[in-house]
Design a protein around this ligand. Structure first.
Ligand code: TXA
Ligand code: MG
Length: 323
């Protein structure tokens, strides 16, 4: 392992206090974290990822008691969700405080915020006292990192320090919900908290990403092509004929089809929690194998399957929808 990888929380806190960037483990994926209130640091985050500036960042807090540092208003439905699911894989998009640097929110009047549920992320947030802006710690458009090694391989010396917190428990990014002043909730990104759990607390949530007939991103960063491996990924209804399988990598779910050059079969369970935890590691593994392409089938569209299908569809898309 490189000297950039550590398990020392105090080293991570020291780097962050100086305005540096830390690969931070969360329960969803690793984040590329920096002090949200230092515009120079935030600019470095965008540069390290090669991320377009129209794609705003999520701000991470130690507890929901700190919400007012970044949000000027907390609608009742948002408070209910925060009380029920934080710390956890839920991001709320709320009216922003004017002190939050424009670069963090890409000039929007809203800010995305969450309280991560990982012991090391919690320690870093509490000990530093900082609000941490953190996108996923991968080059823009690529596969999300769920281990310290993924971060090291993807970003190298563009990150000052990587805090190794082991493999991420949830494995897909947080669910993003926008709450407006009338408490209307809209799903901007399916993720690690199932929609069913959210609706059980606040009632029906609009899901324009699944209903829309155009490719306009709901969250500014939800480009059609995203989360992509370097090999081409094809979504199929049925597995290709045996004769074609030898050169292909296969991402399967609850079955073990034969004949593929490389295969990862994700375990099936009721709400796809186990499959989600191994989804990005599986794609990283297939991507590193000597195959000419990867094939996958859609997951059941419930529980975390909704988030996995979203990531698969974007990974399989040929062209960016914009930018
Ligand atoms: O689980 C996660 O959410 C991880 C960990 C590190 O916390 N972070 C993550 O960040 O996935 P990122 O930057 O890869 O994705 C953030 C998404 C982007 O699609 C961005 O457009 C959207 O959040 N977003 C951020 N601020 C927003 C806002 N004010 N309004 C709408 N969408 C926003
Ligand atoms: Mg990302």
């Amino acid at each position: 392992m490189s000297p950039r990888v550590t398990d020392s929380v105090s080293s991570a806190v020291a780097v962050l206090r100086q305005g540096g960037l830390v690969g931070l483990p969360t329960e969803t994926v690793y984040g590329l974290a920096g002090d949200a209130f230092r515009p120079m640091t935030v600019a470095r985050i965008f540069a390290a990822k090669n991320r377009p500036e129209f794609d705003p960042l999520i701000v991470h807090l130690a507890t929901s008691a700190e919400l007012r540092r970044v949000a000027r208003d907390v609608p009742e439905a948002a408070q209910k969700l925060a009380d029920r699911f934080w710390p956890g894989p839920l991001t709320l998009v709320l009216p922003r405080q004017s002190e939050v640097p424009d670069l963090v929110t890409s000039g929007l009047d809203t800010v995305a915020v969450r309280v991560p549920d990982h012991p090391l992320a919690q320690l870093v947030l509490r000990e530093s006292g900082l609000c941490l802006a953190a996108p996923s710690a991968n080059p823009f458009g690529g596969l999300s990192p769920t281990t310290a090694e993924h971060v090291e391989r993807g970003l190298g010396d563009r990150v000052d320090l990587i805090l190794d917190g082991g493999p991420c428990r949830v494995g897909v990014e947080s669910t993003i919900i926008h709450i407006d002043a009338d408490n209307r909730a809209t799903l901007l990104r399916p993720g690690g908290l199932p929609l069913e759990a959210i609706e059980a607390v606040i009632g029906p949530v609009d899901t324009p990403t699944t209903n829309s007939d155009d490719d306009r991103p709901m969250a500014p960063g939800m480009l059609l092509r995203h989360y992509a491996p370097s090999h081409s990924l094809r979504l199929v209804e049925d597995w290709p004929p045996l004769a074609e399988r030898g050169e292909l990598g296969c991402l399967a779910y609850g079955e073990v089809p034969t004949g593929f050059g490389s295969l990862v079969s994700l375990p099936a369970d009721d709400d796809l929690t186990a499959a989600a935890a191994r989804f990005f590691p599986a794609l990283h593994q297939l991507d590193e194998s000597t195959v000419t392409g990867i094939v996958a089938r859609r997951f059941p569209e419930h529980g975390l399957g909704r988030a996995l299908n979203d990531r698969l569809t974007r990974a399989a898309a040929k062209e960016p929808a914009c930018a």
